[in-house]
Design a binder for this molecule. Structure first.
Ligand code: HEM
Length: 401
């Protein structure tokens, strides 16, 4: 466990880090990040954290028992840690035993036909037009609607979720304290809404959605409390919406600029999985993770992390590390082994990676069935935001051609 001093310090806010500032709105942060990892193993930044860049170091870090996750200096909402992201130790293991089966490949594969239908409905709204703004018309709604269906929540409440998610992920305040306050406000608003949904679901017939499964689950032999259920629901919204939206925007942008590769995956659909993996590696939509050292941790060859230190682990640079990925700046659909850490690794590895992979693959397959030809709208400025999640927030396309 962390020592008491570490708990009294403020959580490290990576949004205000030097790392975030350096890549803020770059179209190709990969050039800067690849240069960084090729030349620098780690740095102690003036913002109070040690930055780790290399694939091998980060793999070691993420499975080290003395390394704590995001909650290592307390949770974003005091007294209500987000499960499982802000939990560590034995309790984290217990939570993952409950949650992992709900997001196992077989479980999420059952959603495939629903995701195909949702994609078809969305694409049919614009496929016959001459242009479309993909971010708002496709990348945002698709994962949100899919997510609400997964949870058995009303799809009509989409607007409410989008607002909450934005306040949680992008408080955009000037100080860490203001950011935390805004995020907490959003969390309280949504809590009241979900207490109501949970009550209704307890009175309903069994379903096959995640919410129903959570209502049947037990932690230490007891049914989950409303506080535990809320914490899980809120984290999954916060972790599972913007990330897929961001990945879709980046992938469609890349495919719009690479018509030969696009035609190749259309002609050979089995290549789509490889394309999704390779673009996750190259883009690293979630750039960094925060970790804390409960004890001094020796990563070898002179790199010792001090007890209590905050760590910014860069999945973005690790995925461009030439020692793990030869020719890291080349997007190679045929890259033989995909060992990227876009979903992190070790203890806090992404719970929803199977769902995310399914959503991305199926969304692109169905998009291409209805709209195989598209390109970037000439003369329009694309908007890049690289932190907290690398996203293209305005993506106008010309359809056809
Ligand atoms: C392409 C989309 C996604 C990417 C790139 C992504 C990436 C990540 C990363 C990097 C982490 C580690 C965070 C950290 O420890 O700092 C993480 C954790 C997590 N993700 Fe995802 N994620 C994606 C989609 C999803 C989806 C769809 C869900 C929900 C169903 C989800 C649920 C979670 C949860 C619950 C955790 C915390 C796991 C733990 O602490 O044990 N993610 N994700």
């Amino acid at each position: 466990m962390p020592d008491d001093n570490a708990h009294t310090e403020q959580p490290y806010d990576f949004r205000l880090s030097d790392y975030a500032r350096d890549i803020e709105t770059l179209e190709h942060p990969q050039d800067h990040l690849a240069e960084k990892v090729a030349t620098t193993r780690y740095e102690r930044s003036a913002d109070g954290a040690i930055y780790l860049y290399r694939h091998e170091d980060i793999l070691k870090l993420n499975r080290h028992p003395a390394i704590l996750g995001n909650g290592g200096r307390g949770s974003m909402v005091p007294g209500m840690p987000l499960v499982p992201l802000e939990i560590d130790g034995d309790d984290h293991v217990k939570w993952r035993k409950i949650l992992d089966p709900l997001f196992a490949p077989k479980q999420v594969a059952r959603l495939e036909s629903t995701i195909r239908e949702l994609t078809a409905e969305l694409v049919d709204c614009f496929a016959h037009d001459t242009s479309v703004e993909m971010y708002s018309q496709f990348c945002v709604p698709l994962p949100c609607i899919a997510f609400l269906r997964l949870f058995g929540a009303p799809v009509d409440d989409l607007g409410f979720f989008l607002e909450y998610k934005n306040d949680m992920l992008r408080p955009e305040c000037d100080t860490p304290e203001e950011n935390v306050e805004k995020m907490q406000g959003a969390a309280l608003r949504i809590a009241a809404y979900f207490i109501d949904i949970l009550q209704k679901r307890r009175e309903e017939k069994p379903g096959d959605d995640v919410l129903w499964a959570l209502l049947q689950a037990e932690f230490d032999g007891e049914p989950l409390t409303d506080a535990q259920l809320l914490s899980i629901i809120m984290l999954m919204m916060f972790a599972g919406l913007d990330t897929v939206t961001a990945s879709l925007s980046l992938m469609i942008h890349w495919l719009a600029q690479h018509p030969d590769e696009r035609q190749r995956v259309i002609a050979e659909p089995t290549l789509m999985r490889g394309l999704v993996e390779e673009l996750l590696r190259y883009e690293s939509p979630v750039q960094t993770g925060t970790r804390y050292a409960a004890e001094g941790v020796d990563l070898g060859d002179g790199l010792v992390i001090e007890k209590g230190e905050a760590i910014l682990a860069s999945w973005g640079t690790a995925n461009l590390d030439p020692n793990a990925h030869p020719n890291p700046l080349t997007v190679d659909i045929d890259r033989p082994r995909h060992q990227h850490i876009a979903f992190a690794s070790g203890t806090h590895r992404c719970l929803g990676s199977n769902l995310a992979r399914l959503e991305l693959r199926v969304a692109l397959e169905e998009l291409h069935k209805r709209m195989p030809n598209y390109s970037l709208q000439p003369g329009e400025a694309i908007q890049w935001v690289n932190m907290p999640v690398r996203t293209i927030e305005y993506l106008p396309l010309v359809i056809g051609g």
